[in-house]
Design a protein around this ligand. Structure first.
Ligand code: ADP
Length: 187
């Protein structure tokens, strides 16, 4: 029997930790025997969504493309991890309904913007956004709509990335989506 695929869908501000937690999850899921693919927002914007900007329309197109590919992969048994800001609630809901409630796990990487703006690799971007040198920057000059009922809510200012990854794994185990009980394995 083919293993069940699913989509772990991160949402959160730039610097909230989506990519960092995704990398840990990718490794843990592989170790548990899943076929894993990651669709990182920044990476997708250099290929699949090259040329798209940050207007609402372009952001939605980017998210729909990621959702479409994730859907194809998940229905073939792959554990898919998507980490894009995905700022709009209704667009995330659209992707959820494409993939199906049973196989879609929305993870809210929650972190105050003042902390995100101090994190490695993010300081300059936030400073430029504040000065208006980068336009349409989520949380500064562009909207972010936090999930009202995420499947998993991780608070990256008060827990480590490994703890956040573990919360996601625990949730997968609860929903019987994990291939083996890797949830308590030390990482
Ligand atoms: P995003 O993908 O959401 O833009 P990144 O994962 O690229 O965020 O960057 C988050 C930065 O914050 C990384 O440099 C990471 O090492 C750091 N960081 C510090 N604490 C945490 C934490 N608890 N969870 C995730 N990332 C953290």
């Amino acid at each position: 029997m083919q293993q069940q695929g699913f989509v772990i869908w991160f949402t959160g501000l730039s610097g909230a930790g989506k990519t960092t937690i995704s990398h840990i999850l990718e490794e843990r899921l592989r170790a548990a025997g899943h076929n894993v693919e990651s669709l990182d927002g920044d990476v997708v914007r250099t290929n699949l969504s090259k040329g798209l900007g940050f207007s609402r329309e372009d952001r939605d197109t980017n998210i729909r493309r990621i959702g479409f590919v994730a859907h194809l992969l998940a229905r073939n048994g792959v554990a898919v991890i998507c980490s894009a800001i995905s700022p709009y609630r209704s667009t995330r809901a659209e992707v959820r309904s494409l993939i199906g409630d049973n196989n879609f796990i929305e993870v809210y990487a929650d972190c105050p913007i003042e902390i995100c703006a101090t994190r490695d690799g993010k300081v300059e971007m936030y400073e430029k956004a504040r000065r208006g040198e980068i336009k349409e920057f989520t949380g500064v000059s562009d909207p972010y709509e936090p999930p009202q009922q995420p499947d998993v809510h991780v608070r990256t200012n008060t827990e480590t990335a490994h703890e956040s990854a573990q919360h996601v794994l625990d949730h997968l185990a609860e929903r019987s989506l994990l291939r083996e009980p890797a949830a308590s394995r030390a990482s």
